[in-house]
Each structure stands twice: as structure tokens, then as C-alpha cells.
Design a protein around this ligand. Sequence first.
Ligand SMILES: Cc1cc2nc3c(=O)[nH]c(=O)nc-3n(C[C@H](O)[C@H](O)[C@H](O)COP(=O)(O)OP(=O)(O)OC[C@H]3O[C@@H](n4cnc5c(N)ncnc54)[C@H](O)[C@@H]3O)c2cc1C
Length: 403
Amino acid sequence: MWRLLLVAPLARSASLCDKLAGAPGLSEICAAPAEACVAAFGGRPRASCDDVCGAAGLACHGAFDDLNDDGRCPAGEPVGCGRALFSKVCQCGVPGAAAAAIPAAAAKPAWSPTDCELLSREILAPADAATGALAVHRLRFAFPANGSWPAAPAHVKARAPDAPGQRMRVRAYSARVCDDGASFNVTVKIYPGGPPATRGTSAFMGALPLGGALDVPQVRSLRWARPLAELGNVGIIAFGVGVAEAVEAVEDVLAASAAVVCLFAAYRDASQILYRDRFRALLAAHPGRLRIRYYLSRAAADAEDVCVDGEETVPRRLDARRLRSEIGSWDPASSRFLVIGTGSMEGAAWSWLGILGFEGRRLFEGHSGWRNFRAPPAPALPAAPRRAAAPARPRRVAATGSI
Ligand SMILES: Cc1cc2nc3c(=O)[nH]c(=O)nc-3n(C[C@H](O)[C@H](O)[C@H](O)COP(=O)(O)OP(=O)(O)OC[C@H]3O[C@@H](n4cnc5c(N)ncnc54)[C@H](O)[C@@H]3O)c2cc1C
């Protein structure tokens, strides 16, 4: 199927689509961003984008080899306006408008409905080439227009722009809404790498300038397994940056229940500990109800660390035996647990909990399912006559992809 993408920086999409409505083979027009529209063709015209745009009195501002099939009509790699046959997407604009005004490979508009503006960046831990430690950044993003946030701790999907060799660069991140109710933050470990070898979504976020846009197509909320007021003891095991998700869970449980909370956080060494001040504030605010144990797998034998009441550092890896010494006496029926880390880390931690009789005693029983972070109203389709009979291609709901 052949598709035609029109971008009009100086005119409304409907008028541009109207101009192309008579193009041979046109079967479908689906507008995505306000200033663009995509036209599908029942047959592949033997014409270049120069020809197609020119026939409608428009200028070719870019030709693309492919669409990104995520329902929002961006284009793939630019291939040149004059090339025919393998060009499936044309970017047409008002003649005389500077083609350079349209980003070369970006049929995606500058701001899509799910783009979130980066408001601030805080480097919680710097990268350290000597030890191989990776940087951890806290990034605060504005909600997209009309964005709404679920009531519980949440995950978002972030998507870096397509790049050579990498599309659907979607990754999940724990996110929490900020006090202003209009922004959220994510805590991201910045992995080296990126296209074409790896997806590089964290690297993209690590390099995003203030004011830049991150596409956040979807959000899901975690579901508490039982009402907070009915919770007995709560154990949270977090590995590295996973502790970001623990912050909100600990705050919510302490605020809305009488539970004792024990946080086991595993790091390489004390310099990697995240959100220590925040947890210390919670220790002070809820005396006797919060215990924090930092397990440091590579702490130097002579490393010194000053702890406050309720906080302890252990220069060892966490394991079932150490868990037993802390929570072995807890009642399995009323105790609940949250484990956050990579799949293998989570698997190991749940097996330790299983040994202690806490198998399946989850603090969250799942999640609400991904929903579009903002479901924009469907853009009005131009009132263009449809010539070909090919059925409209169903649109996919939103960007997904493995995380
Ligand atoms: C539900 C959920 C919530 C998540 N929350 C967070 C969060 O709050 N903060 C956060 O930083 N990450 C979080 N992640 C992990 C995140 O989704 C990505 O996996 C991570 O950012 C790496 O993506 P990338 O595209 O940058 O990696 P890539 O560019 O694909 O990989 C870069 C390099 O890092 C390695 N790598 C990739 N992922 C991992 C990993 N998880 N552990 C070890 N090595 C890895 C790769 O092997 C490769 O060498 C979460 C994951 C899930 C499933």
C-alpha cells in the first residue's frame, strides 16, 4: 500500500488534503497531527514525490521509504524527493516555504499530543569510568496537554525517536507525579549504547536538552493487592535504580496504614545509594515504623558509612539468610512484598521470599493495563472525495513494543 504524507507548515491540513484528494490511487486519508495528513493509495503510483506533490500544486519537502506503523503517520528514512518506486511517503508543503523548516527525517510534528517537555534534570549519581558505574538522572517532565495521572504508583512508556537501525524504541519506567500535579518524574539509569546496535532509550533521555520533548505514549497504574489500611508488615526489595519505584510505595504505605515497612535496597557501594535524604525524612517522620537496610555488594572492607536511626548498611549481597534475620518472624498472612529490579534479580528475591513462606504475597497484584497517556480527540478528516475502493487500514492504538 502506498501512502502519502502531507505537511503544511503554513496552511491547514484540510486544504492540503483537499488538493491531493484527486490523486490517482488515493484510498484513505488519516490525519494524525493537526498540520499533517496521510493519504493511502490503493495502487503504487509510478511517480516520485516531486511528481505527486507537484500535481497538487505543492512542493515536495521530503520523501520517505517507509512509515512507522504506529498509527501516527511519521515517516522512516528520507530517500529524496525525486526518487520513485520505493518511496512510499511524500512530505508535501506549500511551495516556496523553506523545506528546511520541516525537520529532514521527521514527519512527526515538533510536538505530538503525547510529547512531554523536559522541565528539569538532576544528576543523582554521576557516571564513573573508573568503576564502570553508570549515571542516574532524575528527569521531570510536564504532563502532555490534558494529561491525567492514575491515583497509584505508575509506570510510563517512553519512546525515543526512530533512528537508523532502531524503531519502536519504547521502554517502561517507574514514574511518580510531582507535588505540582502537573508534572511527573522518572529516575533513569543511563546505559551506554544506542542505535543502530541497541534501542538506547535511556541514552536518549540522558542527552535530552531542557525544553526538549519525550514521547510518553502510555501510562499504567499499579494496583494495591489489599486496601492500605489492612496491610500488616510490608517488605520492599529494590535493586539499584529500582528504588525509585519504592519511594512512592513507602510513602503511601506509611501514610495510609499502620504497617511496619522494611526496605532492603541493594547497590554496588554507598556512593550509588539513591533517595537517601528522602528516606531519612520518612524515618524521622515515622519513628519505629520504617527500617532501611542497604546491601552493598562492592563496598570496600574499610568503607565507613554513617547511618541514622533505623538505617543500616551491610557490606554484603542480600540473600535469603539475611532476609530471614530481618523478617523471618513476620506473619505470612498479613505481610506483603514489593520486589523491583531486573527480571533475574526479581526472580531471585521472590525465591528467597518463597523460602521464608511469603510466596506470592505481593503488595501490588498487577496493574491497570496500559492506557494512552492522553487520548487526543480524533482529528477531523478533510472532506476529501475518496476515489479508490481499498478498505481503510485499521489504526493501531498506540506505540507499544517490548520493554
Ligand atoms: C516495568 C518496568 C519499569 C522500569 N523502570 C525503570 C526505571 O524507573 N528506571 C530505569 O532506569 N529503568 C527502568 N526500567 C528499565 C528500562 O525499561 C530499560 O530497560 C532501560 O532503561 C534500558 O533501556 P535502553 O533502551 O537504554 O537500553 P539499550 O540501549 O537497549 O541497552 C543498552 C545496554 O544496556 C544493557 N541493558 C539494557 N537494559 C538493561 C537492564 N535492565 N539491566 C542491565 N543492563 C541492561 C543492554 O544489554 C545494553 O548493553 C524498567 C523496566 C520495566 C519493565
